[in-house]
Design a protein around this ligand. Structure first.
Ligand code: DAH
Length: 348
């Protein structure tokens, strides 16, 4: 049996450790409840010598009073703490948390996909690490052809494939053309292939890893008017209604005829002049978008499509390039996109 003093000390120790009203209530029950410690002690009164019972009873009563008082005091303190916690200072400025955003290239890819999906093109992605065959041979560029030099390529240190040659990092999304022809077996084809591409260049307008989007349309009686109409549609959706495009004769192995696509400059509106002076961005009113043309019969054949029955067009543009040409973006160095400086991305 503990003495009243010991019990009080024990209680005070427990009380000091209490920080919430709930645990305080539990402590109160532990000591003052019907089966609490005080009442347990009272039950022991019968074991005490009758002459000492009075004093024992008094001691327990004082203890009970003291415990009750201390508990009340603690309750007040806890209530006070609780009330200051709940006070909200509405004049304080709100906390602002850092907000993440998508990378500019991701935004551009989403916008481009959406524009082409609206006119029934299917978004595809083909291997980033690809065989030479799909990157060149299937595109009418045999291994000894000088046009291959236009597509400086990273070769993988990997055993060559018996039919498909060496393994490369795709130098252009055109490698997806043959893949799509094989996937579908036969036209109609309306594909937009957006993927990473690689070439060993590193300057203000080139990075070794960049993105291209490749359009491919093959069906019966497809001609250049469909190509021009689709490119115009893209240019107006992506850059603005007032923009015009033109096709400039060019050469690519995989298209015949081939063109480079130009778009009117947004600074001089295609006039080439700003306040009587030569436009500094484009010099003659036009900016180059990328390559295009009517799919070469050999490319169709390589994909198992009969060029006497079907015709098609294709184009390949750079994602970073068209995105940087968008009015208001104001990025003049492609490397900024991949330097990882968060301040660049935070602006968009
Ligand atoms: N593959 C070419 C390049 O990377 C771009 C290109 C030109 C793609 C003409 C095409 C095309 O589909 O028809 O420079």
């Amino acid at each position: 049996m503990k003495s009243a003093k010991e019990l009080l000390q024990h209680f005070q120790k427990q009380l000091a450790a209490i920080t919430s009203l709930n645990t305080l209530e539990e402590l109160k029950i532990e000591y003052l409840g019907r089966n609490g410690r005080i009442n347990q002690q009272l039950k022991n009164i019968t074991q005490i010598d009758p002459s000492e019972r009075r004093e024992f009873g008094q001691e327990l009563n004082t203890l009970k009073e003291q415990i009750t008082q201390e508990i009340e005091l603690k309750r007040k303190k806890l209530l006070q703490i609780e009330s200051t916690k709940q006070t909200i200072d509405t004049t304080l400025p709100a906390k602002s948390y850092p907000k993440g955003s998508l990378h500019l290239v991701t935004y551009a890819i989403e916008e481009i996909s959406h524009i082409f999906e609206k006119i029934g093109f299917i978004r595809m992605s083909y291997p980033e690490v690809e065989w030479e065959f799909f990157s060149f041979e299937a595109l009418n560029m045999p291994s000894d052809h000088p046009a291959r030099d236009d597509f400086e390529t990273f070769f993988m240190d990997y055993e060559p494939h018996k039919e498909h040659g060496k393994m490369v990092l795709t130098p252009h999304t055109s490698s997806g053309q043959n893949r799509e022809m094989r996937r579908l077996g036969k036209p109609p084809i309306r594909m937009i292939n957006i993927a990473k591409t690689y070439r060993p260049n590193w300057d203000a307008s080139h990075v070794p890893m960049f993105h291209q989007f490749e359009g491919l349309c093959v069906d019966k009686r497809i001609n250049i008017t469909h190509l021009k109409g689709t490119i115009d549609y893209f240019a107006k959706q992506f850059f603005g209604e007032e923009r015009e495009t033109r096709l400039r004769p060019f050469h690519f192995q995989f298209t015949e005829p081939s063109f480079e696509v130009d778009i009117t400059c947004d600074i001089c509106q295609g006039t080439g002049k700003v306040n009587g002076e030569k436009c500094r961005l484009c010099k003659q009113g036009w900016l180059e978008l990328g390559g295009t043309g009517m799919v070469h019969p050999n490319v169709l054949k390589a994909g198992g499509i009969d060029p006497d029955e079907y015709t098609g067009w294709a184009f390949g543009f750079g994602v970073e390039r068209v995105m940087m040409m968008k009015p208001g973006i104001g990025l003049n160095n492609m490397r900024l996109l991949y330097d990882g400086d968060i301040r660049v991305l935070e602006q968009f």
